[in-house]
Design a protein around this ligand. Structure first.
Ligand SMILES: NC(=O)c1ccc[n+]([C@@H]2O[C@H](COP(=O)([O-])OP(=O)(O)OC[C@H]3O[C@@H](n4cnc5c(N)ncnc54)[C@H](O)[C@@H]3O)[C@@H](O)[C@H]2O)c1
Length: 255
C-alpha cells in the first residue's frame, strides 16, 4: 500500500476530487479526516471509507474560517498524533462573467475559499509538520492558472495565487523536509463543472460539457479518479524528491 500508516486531512472531501482522493488514499492505507463545509457529505465519504475497510472521519469545516481550520487540525491531532498529508482541495467556481460585471462579493468569496484557505490551513499545520520534520502539503490549483479561459478572471487569478503559493512555500519549507505541490486539473466531471457552464437546461449543460471536452487534446473530460491518482503519487513517498511542482492533469490542454 502506497500510503500505509499515513494520516491525511482532505478538504472539500464531500464531493468530486476530494471525495475520490479520500477513498483512494484510504484504499492505499491512509487514515482520513474528510473535511467539508457540508457535514453530511463529509460524513458520507467517511462512512464509505469505513465500509471499504479503511479509517475515516467526517468533520464540518468552512475553510475560510480560521477557527474552523484550527478546530479541524486539533481534531486530527487528537485522533492521529501526527499529520502527514494535508490536501487543500476545497474550492468554488464561478459562472462566465465579464470582469466589469463581477461583484465585490463574488471576488471576495472566490479569493477567500480558493486562496485565503490555504494560508489559514498552512499557518495552522506548518508548526506541527516542522516539529515532525516531515509532511506533505498538496493544493488543488487548475489549468486556469496556466491557460486561463476568458470570463473567469477572478477564478483564474485565484488559481494563479495557489500555484505561486505552492512554489514559494515549497522553498520555505524544504529545509524542514516538508514537500509542497499542486495539481492542475483540466475540466473535471464533478458538480462544479456544471456551475462553470451555468446553463439553465440539461441540453445546455451537455453542450457546455462537449465544448470543454473539445478543447482537450485527449478528447475527454477528467474524472475525479484521474486527479486522485496524481494526488496519490504526490502524497506518497514515491514523490520524495518532488516539491514546488504544479502537475498538469490536463489531457494535453496546457501544451
Ligand atoms: N471541476 C473542475 O472542472 C475543476 C477543474 C480544475 C480545478 N478544480 C478544483 O478542484 C477542487 C475541487 O473541485 P471539484 O471539481 O471536486 O468540485 P465539487 O463541487 O465536486 O467539490 C467541492 C467541494 O468543496 C466544498 N466546499 C466549498 N466551499 C467550501 C468551504 N468554504 N469550506 C469547505 N469546503 C467547501 C463543497 O462543499 C464540495 O464538497 C476545487 O479547488 C476546484 O477549484 C476543479
Amino acid at each position: 500500500m502506497r500510503l500505509a500508516g499515513k494520516h491525511a486531512i482532505i478538504t472539500g472531501a464531500g464531493s468530486g476530487i476530494g471525495r475520490a482522493s479520500a477513498l483512494l488514499f484510504a484504499q492505499e492505507g491512509a487514515s482520513i479526516v474528510a473535511a467539508d463545509i457540508n457535514l453530511q457529505s463529509a460524513e458520507a465519504t467517511a462512512r464509505d471509507i469505513r465500509q471499504q475497510g479503511g479509517k475515516g472521519r467526517g468533520v464540518a469545516c468552512d475553510v475560510t474560517k480560521a477557527s474552523d481550520i484550527d478546530a479541524l487540525i486539533e481534531t486530527a491531532r487528537q485522533q492521529f498524533h501526527q499529520i502527514d498529508i494535508v490536501f487543500n482541495n476545497a474550492g468554488v467556481p464561478m459562472a462566465f462573467t465579464p470582469l466589469e460585471e463581477v461583484t465585490e462579493d463574488l471576488w471576495d468569496t472566490i479569493m477567500a475559499v480558493n486562496v485565503k484557505s490555504l494560508f489559514l490551513m498552512c499557518r495552522a499545520v506548518i508548526p506541527i509538520m516542522k516539529d515532525q520534520q516531515s509532511g506533505v502539503i498538496l493544493n488543488t490549483s487548475s489549468t486556469a492558472a496556466v491557460r486561463p479561459r476568458p470570463g473567469l478572471t477572478p477564478y483564474n487569478a485565484s488559481k494563479g495565487a495557489v500555484s505561486v503559493l505552492t512554489g514559494s512555500l515549497a522553498l520555505e519549507l524544504a529545509p524542514f523536509h516538508i514537500r509542497v505541490n499542486a495539481i492542475n486539473p483540466v475540466a473535471v466531471d464533478t458538480p462544479m463543472l456544471n456551475e462553470f457552464i451555468g446553463a439553465p437546461s440539461e441540453s445546455g449543460i451537455q453542450a457546455g460539457r462537449q465544448q470543454f471536452a473539445d478543447t482537450i487534446p485527449l478528447g475527454r473530460l477528467a474524472t475525479p479518479r484521474d486527479i486522485a491518482f496524481a494526488a496519490l503519487y504526490l502524497a506518497s513517498d514515491e514523490a520524495a524528491l518532488v516539491t514546488g511542482t504544479c502537475l498538469d492533469v490536463a489531457g494535453g490542454r496546457t501544451v
